[in-house]
Design a protein around this ligand. Sequence first.
Ligand SMILES: *Cc1c(COP(=O)(O)O)cnc(C)c1O
Length: 401
Amino acid sequence: MTNAYRWIGKSLRTLHQAHWYRSVQPIERYDGPTVTIDGSLLVNLASNDYLGLATDPRLIAQVKAAVETYGTGATGSRLLSGHRPLHRALEQAIAQLKGTEDAIVFSSGYLANLGATTALVNSRDLILSDEYNHSSLKNGAILSGAQIINYAHSNLADLETKLSEVRSRYRRCLILTDGVFGMDGDICSLPEILDLGDQFEAMVMIDEAHSAGVLGKTGAGCAEHFGCQHRPMVQMGTLSKAFASLGGYVAGSAELIDFLRNRASSWIYTTGLSPADTAAALGAISLLIKEPNRLSQLRQNAQYLTEQIDRLLSSQADLLQADLLNLKRLHSDTAIVCLQVKDAATVVSMGQYLKQRGIFAAAIRPPTVPVSRLRLSLMATHAPDHIDRFIYVLADWLKSV
Ligand SMILES: *Cc1c(COP(=O)(O)O)cnc(C)c1O
């Protein structure tokens, strides 16, 4: 008798040994800036609910009304029987926020990236991709069949060299970049990337998952932050982070969106976004516009957290120099703040310590990132007390190791 599945157990044991093994933890109650896990209330520094809208009673009421009218599911693909007026309203609201001619809504951000990349390029074409891009961009690139060349993270000189070396051998070219790199919190150099795109006749696709609803004067994202939202590009984003729902989108020219409706398989051959998710995202965008103070509150919170971390680390400079923790705060301009730690075992024990002391934060390890880190994400609805509590516990952890 053979056993074709024995390798799975072996692979799992390897994951455990490398401290790479991951599992889910149930959040029993979600209240935004706090969550309940194992019966205890924790400060939530691990959510992508940047604007704090996932618990907003007005959104919840809109979702209930949408379900009453349209039912629990879209019941079909958009081109057949799954299209509702709500979908179009959401697409128009996204296009208006982004300042583009049109937008198309996918059932997740991951599917939006798969759909757009595979529709835009194929085996005759070239993709240049930032090495730190999100998994969905990387897998979309692979699925497209295009030649993929990674460039060093946010390294424009490397991107330019690679374009000048190989661009002419391919028909179309697509440059892929995260707007805000989700595991680091830094922003891509969008204007310079667009310039290179112009110079080398390359399309540019930016993933605004962590920047839409976070960056820019009105929260339109990275493109607005840099004042280049009217330059031609493919702006992808998700509805599952700042917009407190589920789903993804691509915004751009009317032609681009029309083309995607005809060629993006992950849109054509999947069920439309559920009425509940559609209504939640639509409501979130209108609240972002109506209550712009959420954006400034989010930025203030991120600034307060980084200041407090830097103050604590500089007061512990002696300890940090002598120790082997290799603890340092990574540069961030966004709602994501990371503390780099020397290895996976340390960050896992750090995460456990924080959890026991009432702080919920993400311990991120390889293979997700090259170097382990504690990843903190801010919300507009955090109060200074929540951040102070984290700093207090972090100081205790430093003393304990
Ligand atoms: C979360 C995320 C996605 C995927 O979005 P979902 O809507 O959760 O599928 C894509 N790109 C980036 C950069 C992300 O952070």
